[in-house]
Each structure stands twice: as structure tokens, then as C-alpha cells.
Design a binder for this molecule. Structure first.
Ligand code: G6P
Ligand code: MG
Length: 219
């Protein structure tokens, strides 16, 4: 009995949202735009390009294509500088054990992230080798809520969508999983992620033997 286990990165495996927030806030400030924590919430799971588009929209600003590219690069440099010191201790509670348990049970594991920085981040965390397949922002053309990233991950693992389980902290990601016909497990707040099949605050809040429960679960 096997299923494809597909994990989002930011907000599921590692808490990078705070660093994205600082980097976007500085970027917004450089354009004279005020950027709030609430707005940052709406950027979770959203690609770099689409995030900048939204910030410009909220700030009522237009910039040339050239400046747009510059600002994206600037944001990413800032972000990379902020995550320089990430290491194993930054893995979110319960995630490492969960991955090791899956390995123990010979279950296939994939990453399905919008981030173009996913591979170096997994390396910093020391868990890149646990993933059989990695699909990230460098491999897909359509951003979540489009299911492309998850469909690509499950087909590369050789599984059907209905035998796949997605772990997500963003609304867009939960919608992508649901659209693909996959089981969606939300990590975060129930009222925000109410479209998910099940929601937990953290992996540590999952009941005993939850992997077996999931292996017997159907969409
Ligand atoms: C994830 C994060 C977003 C981020 C996006 C792109 O989905 O939740 O906040 O904007 O990845 O990340 P990148 O590292 O490519 O800028
Ligand atoms: Mg996320």
C-alpha cells in the first residue's frame, strides 16, 4: 500500500515566511509602497513574479519591465542574505520525523514548491536526499492554484493524482491539490485553510499512526 507524499516547502518544511516578508517589505519601501503583514499572508504560495505584481497593484504603482526585473533580483538577493544561516534546526516541528517514517515505510516523497530557491534551501536543512523528486519554481510555468507543480511531482514519482497526498500551508496550494484530485492536508489555521481535507497546526499535532491512516484514505 503506497501513495505519493508531496510537500510544499515554505511554511510546511521551513518557516521562511518571515524572511520573505522582510525582503518584500524593504522592496516595497524602495518603491514608496507600504506593505503589511496581512498582505504578506496573501503572498504565501504565490510565485515571485506574481507577488511583485500584487504589491504594485496594492500600491497603485506601475514600473517598466526593466525596473520590474531589477526589483525582483533585488528582492531575491535580500532574501538569500536573510536565509544564509538556515540549518537543520530550522526544520519545522515534526517534519523531519515524518519524512524519516515515510522513508522507513518505503513511501515515495516529492517536493512541490513555487520557490526557485528550493534546492539550496533543502541542502541547507540537510534533508535534500530524502526527496525522490523535486519540482520547484524553476520547473513549472503555471503557478499555484494551478495544479501543474503537484501533477508533475506525482507523475514523476509514477503515481496517479488520486493516490497522492499534498501538505500545504497556503490557500493557493490547497486549491491546487484539490483541483488535481489529490488529498490535501493543511498545515496552519483551520479557518484560513478550510478547503483542505484535514488541517493541523503542526506535524506534531497529527494523531498516532497518521501515516497509516493516510495510506488508507481516499479522496
Ligand atoms: C513560496 C513562498 C512565497 C514565495 C514563492 C517564490 O511559494 O510561499 O512566499 O514568493 O515561494 O519563492 P522564491 O524563492 O522563488 O522567490
Ligand atoms: Mg507554502
Amino acid at each position: 500500500n503506497k501513495k505519493a507524499f508531496i510537500f510544499d516547502l515554505d511554511g510546511v518544511i521551513v518557516d521562511t515566511a518571515k524572511f520573505h516578508f522582510i525582503a518584500w517589505q524593504r522592496l516595497a519601501a524602495s518603491l514608496g509602497i507600504n506593505f503589511t503583514h496581512e498582505e504578506n499572508e496573501q503572498l504565501k504560495g504565490v510565485s515571485r513574479v506574481n507577488s511583485l505584481k500584487k504589491i504594485l497593484e496594492w500600491g497603485n504603482k506601475t514600473i517598466t519591465a526593466e525596473v520590474f526585473q531589477e526589483k525582483m533580483d533585488q528582492k531575491n538577493e535580500e532574501y538569500l542574505d536573510l536565509i544564509k544561516t538556515l540549518d537543520t534546526s530550522d526544520i519545522m516541528p515534526g517534519v523531519h520525523n515524518f519524512l524519516l517514517e515515510l522513508k522507513d515505510k518505503n513511501q515515495p516523497i516529492a517536493l512541490g514548491s513555487a520557490s526557485k530557491n528550493a534546492r539550496p534551501i533543502l541542502e541547507k536543512l540537510g534533508i535534500k536526499n530524502l526527496f525522490d523528486v523535486i519540482v520547484d519554481g524553476t520547473n513549472v510555468t503555471k503557478a499555484k492554484p494551478d495544479p501543474e507543480v503537484f501533477l508533475s511531482a506525482c507523475s514523476q514519482l509514477g503515481y496517479h493524482a488520486h493516490d497522492s497526498i499534498v501538505f500545504e500551508d497556503s490557500v493557493a496550494g490547497v486549491q491546487a491539490a484539490n483541483t488535481a484530485g489529490m488529498i490535501s492536508i493543511g498545515l496552519g489555521e483551520k479557518d484560513i485553510l478550510h478547503e483542505a481535507d484535514e488541517v493541523f497546526n503542526h506535524f506534531t499535532d497529527m494523531p498516532e499512526d497518521y501515516i497509516n491512516t493516510l495510506l488508507n484514505k481516499n479522496k
